[in-house]
Design a binder for this molecule. Structure first.
Ligand SMILES: [Zn+2]
Length: 458
């Protein structure tokens, strides 16, 4: 299996350290609000990675962290804590906000038919691990203290700029970050922030440096180490994470362990909504709930995600979603044939979807292979075994829940038989009447040489 590695800028074979185990870490959500579909796009793409690894014979150990403290409104170290801000506006505690949106995220994973991650650790459950990590960095001379926290000195890590190909001379304080005059270098970042002396935070902990809370980046370094060890096989996240978050994770982890943090770095590209980047601040976000309120299923969103490659910009608009629904209907109607397979149907092998996905998760090419196969298979009379085998291989890889397509009730089957009898008697009025009745139940009938075939209507 091959993946594009952001670290080396080339497509590489996945060669885990202890096969068949593959250590995969995905930077998870900050649990302060409903997730928008941009977040879900990213996670669905990594679910596809896990499914493809499994089908390829690997045993992925998948960790997604839950950021429930320390992520400030700027991705750098300024602004308010996102959870504390939300808590204030809702009149709740940060703990209540974290608990609510963590549950919400986990329910979303189920609704969207995710592979269950191996671990979903919370930052607040790993404060001691983060403190120990910072102590290790302190011992090695990578930290310094300012009036508001303990900072990482990026000038001590010579490769700091290389991952993101940053031009540090260009990185002037104040461009997008409020200047902090106490920082030694503009790119330095907080490992531990002190609680303000005049405010009691909902979330704060004692530390060797005083009461406070961890910086955002340190949780990932600490939890990678705790669950997956010094070097991951695959580290993944959104493309936005490259210049700050992942650069800082590398600086922390590699300074402490002296080992590469990950062999392969994967990044998903942006999602555009009507041509603009999706963002809470622009107020153009769409949630899974918005999609469901318009009558679409979570599988339709999954289908839309699969239609673009994870390294290209994908787009969301309602017309595209409607097109994805039509595509999914075609697949579901193929699945419905498992209830209508005739004895003596032909045995054919399922489409080879795995090979295309093993080539850097090329999901659009995978759908093309599947549809070429359907073009041929739809006109054949197939055995039930062939139909079910294909449905299972699609479901295992793409998670579209085709095997959950329902059979139609016996009454409707009787209507189909009666319509067929009317047609045989050339009673077209009655046949049309029965067809209309079936349509009212969301079913249509194709008249094929081998007999009638029912399908779900759009
Ligand atoms: Zn992270």
């Amino acid at each position: 299996m091959k993946l594009f590695n952001t670290l080396t800028n080339q497509i590489e074979e996945v060669s885990p350290q202890n096969p068949p185990e593959v250590k995969v870490y995905t930077c998870g959500p900050t649990v302060y609000d409903y997730m928008h579909i941009g977040n879900w796009f990213t996670f669905i793409r990594y679910d596809l990675l896990i499914r493809t690894l499994k089908a390829s014979g690997f045993d992925p150990k998948w960790v997604i962290n839950i950021t429930d403290v320390g992520h400030l409104t700027s991705d750098a170290d300024t602004g308010e804590d996102k959870l504390a801000k939300r808590a204030k506006s809702e009149g709740k505690t940060a703990w209540e906000i974290a608990s609510f949106y963590t549950d919400y995220f986990k329910q979303g994973l189920v609704r969207l038919n995710f592979t269950q991650p191996w671990q979903m650790p919370k930052a607040t459950d790993h404060i001691q691990g983060q403190i120990n990590f910072i102590l290790g960095l302190e011992k090695k001379g990578y930290t310094y203290r300012t009036s508001d926290g303990i900072y990482y000195d990026t000038s001590k890590f010579p490769n700091y700029a290389s991952f993101a190909k940053l031009d540090l001379d260009e990185q002037q304080p104040g461009a997008r970050i409020e200047p902090n005059p106490e920082k030694h270098n503009p790119s330095d970042f907080a490992l531990w922030k002190f609680s303000p002396s005049n405010v009691q935070r909902d979330m704060e902990w004692d530390s060797p440096w005083g009461k406070g809370f961890p910086g955002w980046h340190i949780e990932c370094s600490a939890m990678c180490l705790r669950y997956l060890g010094e070097t991951l096989d695959i580290h993944s996240g959104g493309i936005d994470h490259i210049p700050i978050h992942h650069t800082n994770e590398i600086a922390q982890s590699e300074a402490l362990t002296g080992k590469p943090l990950a062999k392969i770095w994967m990044h998903t590209n942006h999602i555009l909504i009507n041509g603009t980047k999706i963002s809470k601040s622009l107020g153009n976000t769409v949630t899974l709930e918005d999609i469901e309120a318009k009558g679409y299923t979570p599988e339709t969103l999954r289908m839309l995600v699969l239609e673009s490659h994870y390294r290209s910009q994908s787009k969301f608009d309602w017309n595209s979603l409607a097109a994805s629904e039509a595509r999914l209907l075609r697949y579901r109607n193929f699945a419905a044939r498992m209830f209508q397979a005739e004895p003596g149907g032909q045995e054919i092998s399922p489409p080879d979807l795995l090979t295309v996905l093993q080539d850097d998760l090329n999901s659009p090419a995978c759908l093309a292979v599947l549809e070429n196969w359907l073009d041929k298979a739809e006109v054949l009379s197939l055995s039930k075994k062939s139909i079910v085998g294909t449905i299972n291989s699609i479901d295992n890889l793409l998670g579209l829940k085709l095997s959950e397509v329902l059979d139609i009730p016996e009454e409707l089957k009787q209507l189909i038989v009666q319509r067929e009898q009317a047609r045989n008697k050339q009673d077209w009025t009655k046949a049309d009447q029965l067809r209309a009745e079936l349509n009212q139940h969301g079913i249509t009938v194709l008249d094929r040489p081998s007999g009638p075939l029912w399908q779900y209507l759009a």
